[in-house]
Design a protein around this ligand. Structure first.
Ligand SMILES: CC(C)(COP(=O)(O)OP(=O)(O)OC[C@H]1O[C@@H](n2cnc3c(N)ncnc32)[C@H](O)[C@@H]1OP(=O)(O)O)[C@@H](O)C(=O)NCCC(=O)NCCS
Length: 188
């Protein structure tokens, strides 16, 4: 066991939002936020469904909590300061290798009504700051479809560097293929 397994942080309080690990009882907030945001999410988030029920959200949260406690994946919710509304989701995901690599990919979605108002940039910036201070990450990455203009722009605004373009990397639902842009920031 390494020190990170013992000390995975669970909460980051921003100026106008709270990022924290999911807890039992969050399922109605998650269900409402994802369902209301479906039209906004569906193009780039393959997991988005027209309606995500409370039961489905409960399963998502149970899995997220189990992964978090096993230090296998760190899925986080973004909440209003009073934590009565979910404003989106984010997380540190171990997609480049196990914990020992000290590298994680940041994922992010913003509730539809708050999109394109600067929140994605503020949350990604907070995740990078938090990730390089309270967490032991040495490399944080960000991947998006090349036609996801807002996502690429957010990474650039937060100072992440474009490292490459994976051509035809993702197959979309309509069968077409889209390039993936790979960004990263280093602790150093
Ligand atoms: C991508 C996402 C996280 C960005 O968050 P956001 O709060 O909308 O982003 P911000 O408002 O902070 O910044 C968006 C930037 O993209 C720009 N932008 C958005 N759509 C654009 C478009 N179609 N063309 C050009 N620029 C665009 C905005 O102008 C802004 O840049 P600016 O501040 O220089 O003007 C959010 O829109 C979202 O949840 N999208 C759906 C899920 C998703 O795609 N997640 C990312 C997966 S990698």
């Amino acid at each position: 066991m390494n020190d990170m397994m013992l000390h995975a942080p669970t909460c980051c309080v921003g100026d106008d939002f709270v990022i924290r690990a999911y807890m039992c009882g969050d399922e109605s907030l998650l269900s409402e936020s994802v369902t209301i945001s479906y039209d906004h999410l569906k193009q780039f988030m393959p997991w988005a469904k027209h309606t995500q029920t409370i039961g489905e959200s409960q399963s998502v949260i149970a899995k997220a909590m189990a992964n978090y406690s096993r230090t296998e994946d760190f899925m986080l919710g973004i909440f209003s300061p009073d934590e009565t509304t979910q404003w989106g989701g984010t997380g540190f995901h171990l997609r480049e290798g196990p914990l020992e690599t000290r590298s994680a990919e940041i994922g992010l979605w913003i509730r539809a009504e708050f999109a394109h108002q600067g929140m994605g940039t503020r949350v990604l910036s907070a995740m990078l700051n938090w990730g390089f201070t309270a967490w032991p990450w040495e490399r944080l990455t960000w991947r998006c479809d090349a036609d996801n203009i807002a996502s690429a722009r957010v990474a650039e605004k937060c100072g992440m560097q474009l490292e490459g373009r994976l051509r035809g990397h993702r197959r979309k639902e309509d069968g077409s293929r889209v390039d993936t842009l790979c960004y990263a920031a280093l602790r150093s």
